[in-house]
Ligand binder design. Structure first.
Ligand SMILES: CCC[C@H](O)CC(=O)SCCNC(=O)CCNC(=O)[C@H](O)C(C)(C)COP(=O)([O-])OP(=O)([O-])OC[C@H]1O[C@@H](n2cnc3c(N)ncnc32)[C@H](O)[C@@H]1OP(=O)([O-])[O-]
Length: 719
């Protein structure tokens, strides 16, 4: 899986061949070792170029091999052999040089990159560190601070930045392999002493100890329990303070620990899950590989509130022409300014020109007549959305896709107000819509496979991970949020505080606990949904009916806060207090604690001690249980869909793989047993009653997560 050719009489070109990304599988490593042996031993070969097939240098180690019995030549000695060889080797970097691919290039004596290439050491995202010398060679080449930043974040750099940092020697707009061959010809026979990075002294940052203490503190804070970023700092510290050989030994020890960790397994699962969701299917048999998307060149966004503005920016940045509609003139003017600001900041970050010219603004719907797709993003009100869908059906071309950004309303009901219900799908974005990676594409029973395929592809074009889900209240993400929030409220009734619940969830790895998150997104959002569901009963703050709805336990705590105007950050108080409306720093609120005590007294509830383990079990297992129901109902096609939604949209810690994967690490039988236990204690809480699919999986010996799709398919008829 590596090809040798002799060009220009004396340059041996070794081409990696393992589509699509030329990952360093055992076969490729064998190929490189054999071809390098040939190149180094044949006298007519004076210098060597290493490149990748199909315009991609190399995507790194073959992740599919991890977790299996590794065979074939190991990377470290292979790269060392290239570096220590007597003939100059030039890496011709086209497309990508990532992870082990970049480490291979760092073992070469020269590096030339195409101007469109991206380079990086993303191992940290897989729960690993660059363990083929990356943590030792990169700081020697570009300095410790720059290497630390790249390795702990896994950030990719452009060829231009790589040149600035000193990672590559040259950038070309032309044919990279030709340029590399030219360079190889010019350096043949020259001394390589100054070109072997492992021989460089590692530049010491001033105040070495202090530098690493600060770095470690920052990394621990942002890692939220992830081990790999911490290990990366440790490896870099070894590079800065020890000779190369000892640094390599430290790199290996750290990698050994990470490689066998649950976090690495979770992160590698998540890597493949993000790709698996692209291969969507629906219970009616539509599939990604048999549904052809229609091209979308021009789109419209209706409603320019926070979500509509973000969607407009995302579409324009993806290169589409956008008609942005807002019927309130003042709001339209504000939106125009805000969108321009967002475009400008985004363009600056990406080093491109802002796409102002892609957007035209309108205060009426008429200019949407010729667009290929509309995304409605007005206020979450069925009547309003219904009337807009009716108007759009009149105005738009007959084949225009009509999409809604609703976060939970019935797509099928909306479709029934469209001229062509098969062209209606949900496109549920997450705030801020131009930043967040997730898109839930919601299909109703009448959505055509082409409408789903088109929305999925459009999401990808906007650089999002699109997940196709079925239509039900709250779809996947918000539906699972409901039992999670409900448990958090119940725990307050039973004696917990918002601080205790949030601390448990944040220590688990969530960026924000449930109460801090509600304060950020606004308590009124859930209040409105509960009102629409007929759950909010005015004046029912005491008496037996206050804590029960339709025969089940209900906590009116959130409603009571809203009745007092405590909507969270925007009003300066919610579950916490803030210095001012819009303030961001949550402080403990003595009023809230007094309010909870009074509430418990009014309802005859005795406060008891709630510990962190109970918080995790009640909140997370209830959420996971709902995930199993969603799989059982066919709303999500597989556990990967749910996990991707939860990690990318709801702040579930990535190093725990997502809720469904996490359930397998706890053990499905343990999750089942604890749910049964909590349900026995709270029989009036249906969210704690283990669902049939979970029971079935446990009864079948808890098969691994990647086999659940098949399991569900087979057992659907019996469920
Ligand atoms: C001792 C070792 C030390 C070393 O430091 C460790 C490493 O190098 S760790 C590695 C460090 N490297 C990384 O972390 C890089 C990880 N890769 C990426 O970030 C992106 O795939 C890349 C940017 C390369 C291309 O993006 P794109 O154009 O949007 O395309 P795409 O993303 O859709 O992928 C297409 C197909 O290729 C598959 N596949 C991809 N990479 C690998 C791989 N390394 N392996 C195996 N397979 C890989 C991917 O699953 C997909 O398969 P499928 O069956 O079609 O679903």
């Amino acid at each position: 899986m590596a090809l040798f050719t002799l060009v220009s009489g004396s340059v041996g070109v070794v081409t990696l061949q393992n589509p699509p990304v030329n990952a360093l599988s055992a076969a490729v490593r064998h190929g490189i070792v054999d071809m390098m042996d040939k190149a180094l031993s044949e006298p007519e070969v004076k210098s060597v170029v290493i490149c990748g097939q199909n315009g991609r240098f190399c995507g790194g180690a073959d992740i599919k091999e991890f977790g299996k019995n590794m065979t074939g030549p190991p990377l470290v000695p292979m790269i060392h052999r290239i570096e220590s060889g007597a003939k100059p080797v030039v890496a011709a970097i086209e497309g990508i040089a990532l992870g082990g691919g970049l480490e291979l290039a760092l073992g070469c004596h020269y590096r030339i990159a195409h101007s469109k290439a991206r380079l990086g050491l993303p191992e940290v995202h897989l729960g690993l560190l660059p363990a083929a010398g990356g943590t030792q060679r990169l700081p020697r080449l570009i300095g410790v601070p720059a290497a630390l930043e790249l390795i702990t974040t896994g950030r990719y750099v452009t060829a231009a930045e790589a040149l600035r940092l000193g990672m590559v020697d040259e950038v070309t707009d032309g044919n990279t392999v030709d340029a590399a061959v030219k360079l190889a010809l010019s350096v043949a026979g020259k001394s390589l002493d100054a070109r072997r990075i492992s021989n460089y002294p590692c530049p010491q940052p001033p105040g070495l100890d202090r530098f690493f203490e600060t770095a470690m503190q920052q990394v621990r804070q942002s890692a939220r329990g992830a081990m790999a970023p911490v290990a990366c700092v440790q490896a870099l510290r070894a590079a800065a303070s020890q000779p190369y050989g000892e640094g390599m030994q430290r790199e290996k020890e750290l990698m050994d620990t990470l490689f066998h960790s649950g976090q690495a397994r979770a992160l590698q699962y998540f890597f493949f899950a993000q790709r698996a969701v692209g291969r969507w299917s629906t219970p009616s048999g539509s599939r990604w590989d048999s549904s052809k998307p229609r091209p979308v060149h021009k789109a419209a966004v209706v409603g320019l509130g926070t979500m509509g503005r973000g969607i407009t920016v995302a579409l324009a940045q993806a290169g589409l022409s956008v008609v942005a509609v807002e019927t309130h003139e003042k709001q339209l003017m504000e939106a125009r300014q805000a969108v321009s600001g967002m475009l400008e900041r985004g363009a600056k970050r990406r080093g491109v020109a802002p796409a102002y010219g892609k957007i035209s603004y309108s205060s009426d719907l008429l200019p949407v007549a010729d667009v290929d797709l509309v995304i409605e993003a007005v206020f979450e009100d069925m009547e309003l959305k219904r009337s807009i869908f009716e108007q759009l059906s009149e105005i738009c071309k007959p084949d225009t896709f009509l999409c809604t950004n609703t976060s939970g309303l019935d797509i099928d009901r909306l479709a029934s107000h469209a001229r062509n219900p098969e062209l209606v799908v949900g496109m549920h974005f997450f705030a801020p819509a131009h930043v967040m990676k997730l898109l839930e594409v919601v299909y109703g029973p009448r959505s055509s496979p082409q409408a789903v395929a088109t929305a999925m592809l459009l999401g990808r074009k906007m650089d999002k991970v699109s997940v196709a889900v079925g239509n039900c209240p709250g779809f996947v993400g918000n539906r699972m949020l409901k039992p999670y929030l409900e448990q958090a409220f119940f725990l307050l009734e039973e004696g917990a505080t918002p601080e205790l619940v949030d601390q448990a969830l944040e220590e688990f790895g969530f960026a924000m606990g449930v109460f801090r998150m509600s304060d950020l997104s606004g308590l009124d959002v859930g209040w409105r949904v509960r009102k629409a569901d007929g759950l909010v009963v005015a004046g029912a703050s005491t008496g037996p009916s206050a804590r029960s709805r339709r025969g089940f336990r209900y906590s009116p705590l959130g409603d009571l806060l809203c009745e007092r105007g405590r909507f969270g950050q925007k009003t300066g108080s919610g579950w916490y207090r803030y210095d001012k409306p819009g303030g961001r720093v949550a402080k403990s609120d003595p009023w809230l604690h007094g309010f909870l005590e009074q509430y418990r007294a009014d309802h005859g509830l005795a406060a008891r001690r709630v510990d962190q383990q109970e918080v995790l079990e009640r909140c997370l297992y209830a959420l996971i249980n709902e995930g199993f129901r969603i799989l059982e109902d066919g709303i999500a096609a597989g556990p990967e869909d749910i996990d991707v939604i939860y990690v990318l949209g709801y702040g579930w810690p990535r190093h725990r793989g997502g809720p469904m994967f996490y359930a397998t690490t706890v053990g499905l039988s343990e999750v089942l047993e604890r749910l049964e236990h909590h349900h026995r204690a709270h029989p009036d809480v249906p969210g704690l009653q283990p669902c049939r699919l979970l029971r079935k999986l446990v009864a079948s010996g808890s098969p691994p997560v990647h086999s659940w799709r098949e399991f569900i398919k087979k057992s659907r008829s019996h469920l």
